[in-house]
Write a protein of this length. Structure first.
Length: 285
């Protein structure tokens, strides 16, 4: 009997060593600069994307798109040919991307094995920790239905707070959601945002970015109330700032696992450079 293949997309930002360890298949989203199309994380790496971003014009402002159903069909068929007895496919929130609908269309075209498509209602390591939960459960030999239930539990417990330098990118990319209430704020006021039920929502406005990050830490610390957590610090072209914030995260929270990850073009297109985010998963038991 074959194994259950695990699939996610390029917005999960799992460290490459974990992708290799658990044999996770990663399907890329697409990034467009005018007429140029790149596969997120494959043809276009973050350093190239952020270096190019200041040169864009209104006509070449980057946009993103989901993998096509055909992309998913090709990947699913490849996994079946390699011996997969089932496929578990966990992806970026359907309220941020059309990736889940593409996967569902492909599901009907590959009837040879059961394909389970899960909407993470998240992205970045909010998605990544759901994928890791699945990977560890499958490695332990748990039935796929039980693994999906544990992934859904992680989905309910995960918390993401992030600070952007400007709302311009979320606004232009059409992903601004509840953060639209903050448009037109004074430049010195930094929006503290979250992902709520799969879409971007506003938390509050804080004067200056550094204070906004501290406020995010305060809110998360109060919510986890001393419980052990898995955590991640995410950034968009701000490695030094992320490293400093990561030290504070690990000093203030009981981190049993922590990763620093950089937002790829598929998400950096919408947040803009300078974004700092915190992902926290309180552990059970």
């Amino acid at each position: 009997m074959g194994s259950v293949a695990l699939v996610t997309d390029s917005t999960a930002y799992l460290p490459p060593a974990l992708v290799e360890q658990y044999k996770i298949s990663v399907i890329p989203l697409y990034v467009r600069f005018g007429e140029e199309v790149f596969r997120d994380g494959v043809d276009m790496k973050p350093h190239y994307f952020y270096a190019r971003l200041p040169t864009v014009t209104p006509q070449t402002f980057p946009a993103t798109s989901q993998p096509s159903a055909g992309d998913f069909i090709a990947l699913y068929r490849k996994l079946v040919a390699e011996g997969a007895s089932a496929i578990l496919s966990i992806h970026i929130s359907s309220k941020l991307s059309g990736t889940v609908p593409s996967a569902l269309l492909a599901q009907d075209e590959v009837p040879e094995v059961p394909i389970h498509v899960v909407d993470s209602l998240s992205t970045a390591m909010g998605l990544g920790y759901q994928v890791l939960e699945a990977a560890r459960g499958l490695e332990a030999g748990r039935p796929v239905e039980e693994v999906i239930r544990s992934v859904e539990s992680v989905r309910e417990r995960i918390r993401i707070l992030f600070v952007v330098d400007t709302l311009e990118f979320l606004h232009k990319g059409g992903r601004i959601g509840g953060a639209a209430a903050f448009l037109g704020s004074l430049l010195s006021l930094k929006p503290l945002l979250t992902l709520k039920e799969g879409h971007v929502d506003a938390v509050e406005r804080v004067r200056m970015k550094r204070r906004a990050i501290q406020r995010a830490l305060d809110l998360l610390s109060a919510e986890v109330a001393g419980r052990p957590v898995r955590a991640a610090t995410i950034h968009a072209d701000a490695p030094d700032e992320a490293a400093q914030v990561a030290q504070e995260v690990q000093a203030r929270l009981d981190c049993r696992e922590h990763h620093i990850v950089e937002l790829s073009p598929a998400i950096g297109t919408h947040t803009g450079p300078g974004t700092i985010g915190l992902v926290v998963l309180p552990l059970q038991g």
